[in-house]
Write a protein that binds this ligand. Structure first.
Ligand code: SIN
Length: 327
């Protein structure tokens, strides 16, 4: 007689966020502190049939304070667990505020042949009706799905490709969209209804090693174009470079108007920066769409990456000694 398959084995890595947030008053869903409750405690009372869970705390922070050291630790632990035969998938609990940056980073750094599923909450764990437990259950179900792969994110029963999503609402429970890309899937009765192919990562072991070995990432700043914009911020950054400051700027992402267009004063300063050796990419401040290339562009466009995604992409490119907007 054939043996029944064993449970799917999912590791849950905690990094903090509202999903781990606590308020002094249970009814307070605004005045709470993110990153207070440990991931083991978050898993208390969460059971997904056919899934064996193990927890690990990587950090416990408000994700607005996300930094390179936490990303390095997280990438290192994900790579470690993905390489274990005894692990079928990973879930990461994370704050919503920079979830899109972490998801984009992990998509481009991990060779995720198994699923890595980020999840979050918009209400703290102490709220009368927290959304975190259901999001966590859904993320575990996705991570336990046979043949699943790639970096994904689950929030409010909607599943997004990690490299595509962006936070699109300040307080709704369904706070994410994937711009023009559309949904990856829906959660229906605790199961994934997949609408597209599993995402494939373009990451390499070499890139992961470069990330883990870098004490600091190349400094890349984001500057917006707007009515009345000037080039003064760019010039201040250039002055630091001229003074040979150790962490002087190496890259700039300009959040342009419309199709990545720039106020003429900002554009002039950006070209000065480029001439001085800074890598400058143009992104758009529009909520959807992409920067279409045009013959004669002097500053490359960053395609459909949001400014914060383009910043991560430029850091990774510079780490690998590249300047082109392709990962
Ligand atoms: C955070 O990003 O850590 C706080 C906000 C949230 O999770 O919604």
């Amino acid at each position: 007689m054939a043996q029944a398959p064993g449970p799917r084995r999912v590791r849950v890595l905690g990094t903090g966020g509202t999903i781990a947030g606590a308020a002094a008053e249970a009814g307070d869903v605004l005045g709470y502190t993110a990153g207070q409750i440990g991931v083991q405690q978050l898993l208390g009372g969460i059971a997904v049939p056919g899934v064996a869970l193990q927890a690990e705390q990587v950090a416990n922070i408000d994700s607005k304070d996300m930094d390179w050291a936490v990303w390095q630790a997280l990438a290192g632990r994900c790579a470690h667990w993905l390489a274990q035969d005894a692990v079928d998938g990973l879930v990461i609990t994370h704050g919503t505020d920079t979830l899109e940056e972490t998801a984009f980073f992990l998509h481009h750094v991990l060779d995720a042949r198994k699923p890595v599923v980020l999840t979050c909450a918009m209400r703290p764990a102490t709220a009368p009706a927290p959304d975190g437990p259901q999001n966590l259950r859904d993320a575990i179900a996705v991570a336990a799905t046979p043949q699943a792969r790639g970096v994904l994110a689950v929030c409010a029963a909607r599943v997004h490709v990690g490299a595509e999503l962006r936070k699109s609402h300040t307080y709704r429970l369904d706070a994410f969209s994937a711009g023009d890309h559309g949904l990856f899937g829906d959660m229906e009765e605790g199961r994934l209804r997949r609408l597209r192919e599993w995402p494939r990562s373009a990451a390499s072991a070499r890139r992961l090693q470069a990330v883990l070995a870098a004490p600091q990432p190349p400094r890349v700043e984001i500057i917006g174009s707007h009515a009345g914009a000037s080039g003064r911020l760019v010039d201040l950054l250039l002055r630091e470079r001229q003074a040979q400051a150790p962490d002087a700027v190496q890259g700039l992402v300009l959040a342009g108007t419309g199709n990545g267009t720039l106020h003429h004063a900002l554009e002039a300063a950006a070209l000065r920066a480029q001439a001085a050796g800074v890598t400058v990419w143009r992104s758009t401040r529009c909520a959807a769409g992409r920067v279409l290339p045009h013959a004669g562009d002097r500053l490359p466009g960053a395609g459909d990456w949001t400014p914060v995604q383009a910043r991560v992409a430029l850091q990774l490119a510079l780490l690998e000694g590249r300047r082109d907007a392709a990962l």
